[in-house]
Structure formats: C-alpha cells, structure tokens
Unconditional design. Sequence first.
Lengths: 85, 271
Amino acid sequence: MPVDLQHFEDAVVQRLGPLLGETMARAALAGHCRSLGLESDILAGDEIETVLRRLGQGMVLFVGAERAERLTGQLREDLHAGGAS
Amino acid sequence: MSRRWWSATTLFGMLCGTGLVLGAAALGLVGLDPDRGVALAFGAFTKLSFLTAAAVHALVCARRIASLAWKLMAAGFGGYALGQACLTVYQVVLHIPLPFPSWADLFFVSGSLVLVVALWVFLVELERTGCPLDLRRRLPTDLLWILGLGGVLSAWIVLPVFEQGIDVGTWLSLVYPVTDLLLLVPAVLLYQVTAVFRGGFVRRVWTSLLIGMGLFLVGDLLFSRLTEQADPWLVWAVDMSFVSGYALVARACAMQSDLVRGRAVDLGPAA
C-alpha cells in the first residue's frame, strides 16, 4: 500500500522521537530515503519495507534486535492504519 | 508511578545506599581507625558498588544489543571495578599503605585503554546505523583542540613530575592523565554527535556517561597534583570527582540497560 511521505515522517517521529529525539528521527528517515534514492512524496509498499528494514537495523544499536523488530512492526501497523493520507 | 520513573532513578538511589551499607558493614566487621576509617570505607565501597553496577549493566546491554562497543565497555568498567576492589582490600581490609605501582594500577590502566577502544568502536557502530552524524568533518577540529588541551595539561602536570626524578612511579603517574586524554578524544566526538539526539533518551544516556568520564580526567589530574601537596580540600576534590564520575557512568549504564529491557522509554505496545 503506498504511503504519503509526510505521514511516514509523522509516524517515525511519534515512535522514535522519545528514543532518538525528534530531530534525529526525522534526519534518520530523510537519510535513508536519500541513500535509497527515494525522492517521491508517495512511497510504494516495497520502498516502505526497505526503509523500515534500514531504520530497524539502525535501532538495534540502541534498543537491541528484539525491541528494534517490535518497533518496526509498530511503525508498519501505524502506516497501514493511516495509509496514503 | 510510571515505570520510566522508577527504573533508572530508583536503581541509582539503591546504588548510593549500597555503598553506604557496605561501608557501615565494613566498619562493624573490620574495625577501622575512627579518625580516617569512616570516610575511607564509605568512599571505597561507594566507588566499588558504582563501578560494579556500571560493569554489570554494560554486560546486560552487550548481551541484548550484540554490540562490540558495549562488550568492551563492560570489560573496561569491569577492569575499573577490579582496580577499586584491590584498593578497597589494601585500604579498608588490610590497613596497609598503597603500594605503587600495584595490581590496582594494572586494572585501572588496562580498563581505561579498553574504554578508549570501546568509544571508538561505538562511533563506528553509530555511523553504521545510517544516522547522519557528520563524523569525518568533526574529527580534525576535535583532534586539534584536544591536542592543544593536552599540551596545556602537560605543561601543568608532566613537567613538574619529571623535575622530581624519573622512576616507574613517575611514568605510572603520567599514564593516568594520558589515558584520560586518549579517552577524551572519542568522548568529545560522541558528545557532539549525540547532540543531534537532543530530546531523546539516547542523548540522556550518553550525556551522563561522557560527563562521568570527564570527571575521571578531573580526578586523575587533581590526583597527580596530590603527590606534591596534601591539602585536605584537594583530597576531598579528588574523591568527589571519582565518586561522582563513577556514579554518572553507573547511572548511564543502568539507563541503557533499562532501555534494552523495555523499562525506560514507552515505545508503544508490542506489534
């Protein structure tokens, strides 16, 4: 399901902000999108999965693999709940 | 009362209490010189409990995160704890003057060197997370001002020590400030890097850890002056630097341990 980038950013800030701070949560998402060459305002399902996987890999250093996986799972649910709003 | 409040803060209070209880127990069991023994025992056991807590919590983090940096951190703080255990045995149990150098010095110096490597490894691991950190741009500037600071401190500490003659003790008394300076380079870099985590729990962990390590440097610098003048205020300042430094690193490791065990930040329900 395609997702609006702004919605994605809001979800990331809400989930990861308490951990990384709002600035880094936004910067991490922007950095991953940039490195993957994602420039569109709407992200396709496979692009979202790739970004989520990268975000999860980055979270492992801070919260461990198990909680990082849970975090990305929660993010995925947030996105599916909102869709391309 | 939220879980976020009690986890790190209560543990921190318990650590302080543990030092006091162990100190009091030592007084009762060993029977110390009342003029000097009370402060010595409280100080020794408080430092030992903080360092042990730091090592144990770092080990918890290493097991949960599978990070080489946290493994090294656990080993480094473990070395410090063993060094402090040696000091405690000499001072509080055996009541003998501290040999210099001693096993304690071996553990403290090797612990410091392991912590230096741990911080560098953490910087590398941080960069691999994909977070935009701008490390390569910061490194030359930081190295320059640390080297400048090192030069000033050398003039203050190294030259007077060499004027007293050169022996093993002389070299060893210099090893501490030098390893602290080596620790300061990655610590300052990490402090700057973690500034971008402002508002996040990660930033609080690293601020506590790095200020604690900064206090190690203050304590060692003051200690190196202690050999020349035995001002009671200087002795107090040395002890306070170490106790507060160890307390802060223990607090940081406890907070990170809470984080990986899901007891620090509410990241929402399980998916």
